[in-house]
Design a protein around this ligand. Structure first.
Ligand code: MN
Length: 189
């Protein structure tokens, strides 16, 4: 088990939650992936996860992503998740950590836009620039750390490019899972 995933496993009971427990080993040569999971827990939010060094680095984005470069969304870091979590949607039972419904709101490969830096270095420096190839989200996105320590905060926003679109609002208009076509409301808790 990755040391990075200790917190993930410590919060979950594998006998009660259907969330992934394994440690998927990635096939070499494949592009890294991102996933955005809509999560109806005590508060509705969107979990943005990026594959970096064999785990999913994770942020909770309360308002979800925007395709408008002038809209910068708060992103609060959460514990690393195992790679297989990118394929998870379903119900986390009452009483378990994160109880509620999770759907795969968007997913796909991504590319590092900084030619001379590794993703782990960008993460450490708090300045990530990536190109998403999702179903709903495409083009350059940035994650910038604005506060460190106990109250670590980041901003997540669309970079200016040909895929930027001030007229779209996919969080409102495209609520379905890109995997199952289901919405949050289609799951029985
Ligand atoms: Mn969550």
């Amino acid at each position: 088990m990755s040391k990075n995933l200790k917190e993930y496993y410590s919060k979950r009971n594998p006998n009660k939650s259907p969330e992934p427990q394994g440690k998927l080993v990635k096939k070499p040569g494949k592009k890294p992936i991102f996933v955005i999971q809509e999560h109806a827990a005590s508060h509705l939010h969107y979990d943005f996860r990026l594959e970096i060094d064999g785990v999913l680095k994770s942020w909770a984005v309360p308002k979800g992503p925007s395709t408008d470069p002038s809209v910068k969304r708060l992103a609060v870091p959460t514990e690393d998740h195992p790679l297989e979590y990118a394929g998870f949607e379903g119900v986390i039972p009452e009483g378990e950590y994160g109880a509620g419904v999770v759907i795969i709101w968007d997913t796909g490969p991504y590319e590092n836009l900084k030619e001379n830096e590794t993703m782990s270095r960008e993460y450490d420096e708090g300045k990530i620039e990536i190109f998403l190839e999702g179903h709903k989200l495409k083009g350059g996105y940035a994650l910038i750390r604005t506060a460190r320590g106990k109250d670590e905060r980041w901003l997540f926003f669309k970079m200016k490019d040909e895929y930027a679109d001030t007229g779209r609002n996919p969080v409102e208009t495209e609520p379905e899972s890109v995997v199952s076509g289901k919405k949050i409301q289609d799951f029985k808790r």
